[in-house]
Design a protein around this ligand. Structure first.
Ligand SMILES: [Zn+2]
Length: 686
């Protein structure tokens, strides 16, 4: 999963967990309801050695319609739906309290009449300032772009993604200190390839995108003909930005994402009015930044120099409308959905307002919600159980190191040292964010903008300052987890420490197949193609013997080739390079959690080959529980977009890929050599 290591994400309906022990000597009987759900989700007629995903998930897939308001839905998403309902309850309770900010946010978001009546009033001043900006002159001189860059700084503080992105993260070479990272960005389509590809689907999406940009401009008051002309110029401008950008695959290399320059170096590298930008974000004292990929910014300077100012102004207007779209009157919301939901993702219906408001509230004040979510759904003992499981997974990783013949003793020792240095964060942060200075008023869009500014102002204030190790990059109710290479830390929000990943009353085979695999996955991210380049202190440096690094690369290439051969749908292949880190993490994660389960079973007198339920042994149940996490339905449109943009493989291959490369799986299901789930050639990294 997930973020910085890209990086991967239940009250009323959530069963509150009671105290439990992960070291209970008794194998838990599979609770009747759980057993029934496991069994009904399977397709026992399918052959587990032919297609294990079908075997584990066939029943669920056949019985579960894709909800009209989602482009992809799995058991993973079903948990998110339950968490959303819990958060809704929290927000409604907050709304019943006088003067509660969360409640005020909720009230303003659900006040559709107020939003309709306000129209564009909240962003009119900003749009007027864009129109009044000199933007670029035809020569693109520094003097002419200064007002543009001042405005750009302001837009970035509002999280409007124009021209490039700003992110504040630990310095890769000095992980105790924050650095501003400027990176390629500013596109309205999901990836540069959408502007370039010649396939019919991409061509028609580009036409739909052009029409959408025109529609939004028209809704904002631009006459139809002018809007059509402006949209054509905007899309052509974005296509030039896309041309200057590198493919996603290339950005997997940390060295490509990091290019540190001091102020003089910055001015020399890309002649843009950086001083105006730093002034606008309130940090004229910024001494250094990372500008990466290095080739993007000189190209951006050239593009700006050769673009008419009116096109840049229209481009900014479009992106302000785009960023605000879901918070504006229904005509904007609907137009936004027609393109981004329906055309791009194949989603049939717009999600109901309450669900969107839950997400907006979580983005705005997630830790305020998280505090209550944790109180409702995450008792202290769950944290202990999860931590005990992580220790078992770490032990399993360490036990496996000596058998990795491609490593030398020195690198193996260093890897074990890095593993022991990983900080584990479980459930919720030790220090809660204080939203006291965030102004919440009776205007939904103003609240969203204020929350974005509140967050970005904090980030920007930390440029050049020490990293706060207690900060979380996901909110507690999130169904996800992440490994952060700069902090050398794994983070598991309370939102994922729930069924179908985890439950204290479940057989441990299911917990290890579920959250145990997620833990192994995150741990392995510390050693994937990107994570391995950071040491135990989070510093980007070469700590591997060169020949060991070369042998790692050979093994990684095996995984790359394997996944590149997987088809999501006829003619649509996964990108083995884009998904490499996640696939290495999936392969290592299931192996470590399986080993950890066997160690746990042995220590607790459980026979993994004894029947657990319905003819399945405990060990087989481990694999079924793992497979069932990924039972998923999705639209073909969405699968295509994900194949181009997602660092994670399609769920079918997140199950079948790792299992086909794990000998213990084929033994557990007595698969014969040469069957699809037991190929003769396999890949192994960790
Ligand atoms: Zn991951």
């Amino acid at each position: 999963m997930l973020r910085p290591s890209p990086v991967v994400v239940v009250a009323a309906l959530l069963v509150a967990c009671k105290p439990s022990r992960s070291d209970s000597p008794e194998p838990h009987p599979v609770a009747t309801a759980t057993a029934a759900e496991v069994a009904s989700s399977m397709d026992r007629a399918a052959d587990p050695c032919q297609d294990f995903y079908r075997y584990a998930c066939g029943g669920w897939i056949d019985a579960t319609p894709l909800p009209a308001d989602q482009p992809r839905f799995g058991r993973f998403h079903a948990l998110r739906e339950r968490n959303n309902l819990a958060v809704r309850g929290i927000l409604e309770r907050a709304a019943a309290r006088e003067g509660d900010k969360l409640g005020q946010f909720w009230d303003s978001c659900t006040d559709e009449a107020g939003i309709e009546a306000r129209g564009l009033a909240t962003i009119e001043p900003l749009l007027a300032r864009i129109d009044a900006t000199g933007a670029t002159g035809s020569t693109g001189s520094t003097q002419n772009t200064s007002p543009l860059f001042a405005l750009l700084g302001e837009l970035h503080l509002r999280r409007v993604g124009v021209l490039f992105d700003l992110d504040v993260q630990p310095d890769y070479k000095q992980p105790g200190t924050n650095l501003a990272f400027f990176s390629q960005g500013g596109l309205g389509l999901p990836d540069r390839e959408f502007y370039r590809g010649a396939e019919a689907r991409l061509t028609s999406l580009r036409a739909a995108y052009l029409a959408h940009v025109a529609r939004m401009l028209e809704l904002s008051g631009m006459p139809g003909d002018a809007a059509a002309k402006a949209a054509a110029d905007i899309v052509a401008f974005e296509a030039r930005l896309a041309e200057a950008a590198l493919p996603r695959e290339a950005l997997r290399e940390p060295e490509t994402r990091y290019h540190k320059l001091d102020r003089a170096g910055l001015d020399a590298h890309a002649a843009l009015p950086w001083a105006s930008y730093f002034e606008a974000i309130g940090r004229p004292d910024t001494l250094a930044v990372s500008l990466a990929p290095a080739t993007y910014f000189p190209a951006l300077a050239e593009i700006l120099a050769s673009t008419p100012p009116v096109t840049v102004r229209n481009y900014l207007r479009w992106h302000v409308l785009h960023a605000a779209a879901d918070h504006l009157p229904s005509a904007f919301v609907q137009a936004n959905f027609e393109f981004y939901g329906k055309a791009l993702r194949g989603q049939a219906e717009l999600a109901p307002r309450w669900k969107r408001c839950v997400e907006h509230a979580d983005a705005a004040m997630g830790e305020s919600i998280g505090r209550e979510f944790v109180a409702d759904a995450f008792p202290a003992r769950s944290r202990d159980v999860a931590l005990a499981m992580i220790k078992e997974i770490e032990a399993a990783f360490a036990v496996g190191l000596p058998s990795l013949t491609w490593m030398d003793p020195a690198t193996r020792t260093a890897a074990e040292g890095k593993m022991h240095a990983i900080a584990n964060k479980i459930g919720y942060p030790s220090k809660w964010r204080d939203y006291g200075a965030l102004p919440i008023v009776d205007d939904h869009l103003a609240n969203v903008a204020a929350a974005a500014q509140f967050e970005m102002a904090r980030q920007v204030s930390e440029i050049g300052r020490p990293v706060d190790d207690e900060r979380w990059h996901m909110t507690p109710s999130t169904v996800n987890a992440y490994y952060n290479p700069s902090g050398n830390e794994m983070v598991f929000p309370a939102g994922i420490l729930q069924p179908p990943f985890f439950h204290h009353e479940w057989p441990m085979a299911m917990n290890f197949g579920g959250i145990g695999m997620v833990m192994g996955h995150e741990l392995t991210h510390g050693f994937d193609d990107s994570g391995r380049k950071f040491d135990g202190d989070g510093m980007l440096r070469e700590w591997w013997a060169p020949e060991v690094g070369a042998r790692f690369e050979e093994r990684a290439q095996c995984v790359d080739d394997l996944y590149s051969g997987y088809e999501v749908q006829p003619g649509v292949h996964l990108s083995g390079k884009l998904t490499l880190g996640e696939n290495i993490a999936d392969l290592g994660g299931i192996k470590e959690s399986h080993r950890a389960y066997l160690q746990w079973a042995e220590a607790n007198g459980v026979d993994p080959h004894a029947e657990a339920m319905d003819g399945l042994t405990h060990e087989q149940l481990f694999f079924v529980a793992f497979g069932q996490i990924w039972c998923t339905k999705s639209t073909p449109e969405n699968d295509q977009v994900m194949a181009m943009t997602d660092t994670h493989s399609h769920p079918r291959y997140r199950v079948n890929g790792p299992l086909a490369n794990l000998g213990e799986f084929s033994t557990a299901f007595a698969c014969e050599a040469g069957e699809p789930m037991r190929p003769t050639d396999t890949c192994e990294v960790w």
